[in-house]
Design a protein around this ligand. Structure first.
Ligand SMILES: *Cc1c(COP(=O)(O)O)cnc(C)c1O
Length: 401
């Protein structure tokens, strides 16, 4: 990039960091089309770009794997959401994780990750990276001494996820960033569950933010995607090269859908949080429920920490049923508004049985989820309909006991 382009980018980034979150979500990287005035920038559904002469690129565009205007717009939007210098958009959340780790690690390196990290992240690190000589340790991230004692001279990455999936454990990002940096590690936070509307890990000291944009950022269950946001120029260069050389880019239409979803993220997260709070309160008074895992409840062990590092408590909650596996399964199969499906973060409410659905890949490992737990992704439907749905389903599940 020329220094004039860099100056322009920095000025733009600075401006987009100072406006409010909802303004950034709508406007960063989403300028109207200068040739037609179209309010929404066009979807550049093109794999290649015409050159003025050999090597004469127009605005740096050459071939779609290296860059596409629709994807670049999304990347600027992503960087602005997390308050970072660089946003990189990928074909999926796991593609983003893979490019990051391959970009910054080499065989012999070691990763420390939480004992309830996303199952697919664990699978990627244990089974794919393990085979290439990258080792890992799984620890309870809420215990700083355990984290510290897992760090070896080969450790390069501390992988943090908060709230965690599915047990909604809250860990202190600022504190872990300090511990990680004291040991010279790259501190990565998977911010998928909170979304940047509720939590900004870079501002709390993390080096890299990871997203499955499939979830809250896309927000409508109609696109798979992933993202990284980071500040370090050298790291950006390495990861960008890994993406270019290995190819896990997001397609123009996928980038457009994600950008479109992001524009309503702020209002969606408000309603997701309000609806989830109401459902959590309903269950917290129900005798059939052993534990409600929701950081918005006073009874949640991470409540006060969540209140300091998140602006709201989000749309995800999990439940442990006193009646065990049978009642949990019956509940998951009895709701009507909450549909039985994997994934989360969409406008519609979903129920999931982690032990055999989202977390089947970690069954029998140290990340296994108890059989009496179900997870809810609380959507944007009318809260009364959600409450009567779970009320009816729990009655039905208890009868099956
Ligand atoms: C879904 C998810 C991922 C993986 O993202 P994909 O888009 O499915 O590849 C990673 N982390 C968390 C917390 C997730 O929920």
């Amino acid at each position: 990039m020329s220094s004039a382009q860099n100056d322009k980018k920095n000025k733009k980034n600075k401006k987009s960091r100072t406006s409010g979150f909802a303004t950034r979500a709508i406007h960063a990287g989403q300028d109207f089309d200068p040739t037609t005035g179209a309010v929404i920038p066009p979807i550049y559904q093109s794999s290649t770009f015409v050159q003025t002469h050999i090597g004469g690129l127009r605005n740096g565009f050459e071939y779609g794997r290296g860059g596409n205007p629709t994807r670049n717009g999304l990347e600027e939007q992503l960087a602005a959401l997390e308050g970072g210098r660089h946003g990189i958009s990928f074909a999926s959340g796991l593609a983003a994780e893979d490019a990051l780790l391959r970009g910054i690690l080499k065989p012999g390196d070691h990763i420390v990750l939480g004992n309830d990290a996303y199952g697919g992240t664990y699978r990627l690190i244990a089974r794919i990276f393990g085979a290439w000589g990258v080792t890992h340790s799984v620890v309870d991230m809420s215990n700083l001494r355990t984290v510290q004692s897992a760090i070896t001279e080969n450790t390069r990455v501390l992988w943090v996820e908060t709230p965690s999936n599915p047990l909604m454990k809250i860990t202190d990002i600022a504190e872990l960033a300090e511990v990680g940096h004291a040991a010279g590690l790259t501190v990565v936070v998977d911010n998928t569950f909170a979304s940047p509307a509720l939590q900004n890990p870079l501002a709390l000291g993390a080096d890299v933010v990871v997203h499955s944009t499939t979830k809250y950022l896309g927000g409508h269950s109609d696109v798979i995607g992933g993202a990284l946001v980071l500040n370090d120029d050298e790291m950006h260069e390495k990861v960008r090269f890994m993406q270019f050389a290995a190819g896990a880019v997001s397609a123009p239409m996928d980038a457009f859908l994600t950008s479109r979803g992001i524009k309503t993220l702020d209002v969606r997260m408000q309603r997701h949080s309000d609806n989830a709070q109401a459902i959590a309160e309903y269950f917290s008074e129900h005798s059939a429920i052993e534990t409600v895992y929701y950081p918005g409840l006073d009874s949640h062990p991470g409540h006060s920490l969540a209140a300091t590092q998140m602006s709201r408590f989000g749309g995800m909650l999990s439940l442990a049923f006193a009646g065990g596996e049978k009642v949990a399964r019956a509940f998951a199969e009895s709701t009507r508004v909450f549909q039985l499906a994997e994934s989360l973060g969409g406008i519609e409410s979903l129920v999931n049985y982690p032990a055999e659905m989202t977390h089947a890949s970690v069954a029998g490992t140290e990340l296994a989820v108890p059989a009496n737990v179900i997870r809810l992704s609380v959507g944007l439907e009318s809260v009364d309909d959600l409450l009567s749905d779970v009320d009816r389903a729990i009655g039905k599940a208890l009868k099956k006991r």
